[in-house]
Design a protein around this ligand. Sequence first.
Ligand SMILES: NC(=O)c1ccc[n+]([C@@H]2O[C@H](COP(=O)([O-])OP(=O)(O)OC[C@H]3O[C@@H](n4cnc5c(N)ncnc54)[C@H](O)[C@@H]3O)[C@@H](O)[C@H]2O)c1
Length: 268
Amino acid sequence: MNITSIGSAQPPVQHKDRRVALVAGGAGGIGIEVAKELLLDNMAVAIGDIDPQKAAQAATDLMQAVSGAEVIWVDLNITEQSSVTRAIGEIEQRLGPIDAMINAAGWNHAMALLKSDENYWRQMIDINLLGGIRLTHAVLGGMIERGYGRIVHIAGEAGRAGVSEQSLMSAANGGTIAFVKAMAREVLDKGVTVNCLSPGPTATPMLDQMIQYAEDAAAMVASLRGAVPMGRLGQPHDIAPVVAFLASEGAGFVTGQTISVSGGMTMV
Ligand SMILES: NC(=O)c1ccc[n+]([C@@H]2O[C@H](COP(=O)([O-])OP(=O)(O)OC[C@H]3O[C@@H](n4cnc5c(N)ncnc54)[C@H](O)[C@@H]3O)[C@@H](O)[C@H]2O)c1
């Protein structure tokens, strides 16, 4: 017996010239940079976002930025099952079956637990944990049927280290990281990989908004910067290439992983 024959029963991935990706939350922040990176990798990209104006503008900007880019946008609210189902149907009709699903949609508002209430808890979990579960549920069946899929969730270092005044985001991110591991195991032999990207503080509209609503904005900026051993905030372009790798055909032997892109904040 030759060692290379061990476990070689699975057929190799059939290379396709043009894979189709959905980037949920792709209209801004980390998502639009991910969309750009996937277009540069010759994928066709659907931006799904709750903000139609921003999504339309993002698609126009990307078409100008990447020559030959095939990019569309669709209305998508990841907190509504019917919206997720409709958006995925529309993408499959316009671009074809979804090969890669990247969830970069999210919402954050830092709040001490004792100042928060159940409405806030439900809102935070609904978008930052259940949103990704809804998307995964919606694309997974087709990926299994076709024997190929890449699923990438964006969680965050709050889920690995815990962040004060971000207990709900920490819970949602930690839940996403555990969900990714469980899903990866569930589909190990189906040609589908499920992975997670964990950014540290990253300069995006979400972080701007958090700073704006902070009781002491200057202290928050200083503490965010101080939390990153490399001494600077992340930029969306620090994150996007790692997501693009996880979403690529070449990453087929990588699954159940959470990769921190956070200037050395956590080393797990
Ligand atoms: N920026 C950071 O410091 C940071 C740190 C750790 C983790 N993250 C995570 O990275 C991901 C991207 O964050 P970002 O900083 O780019 O945020 P962002 O606010 O800049 O972008 C998020 C995008 O998601 C969209 N969106 C919001 N609610 C949605 C919904 N219900 N359905 C569909 N789209 C929706 C927004 O319109 C926006 O385009 C989030 O999951 C966030 O929690 C960000």
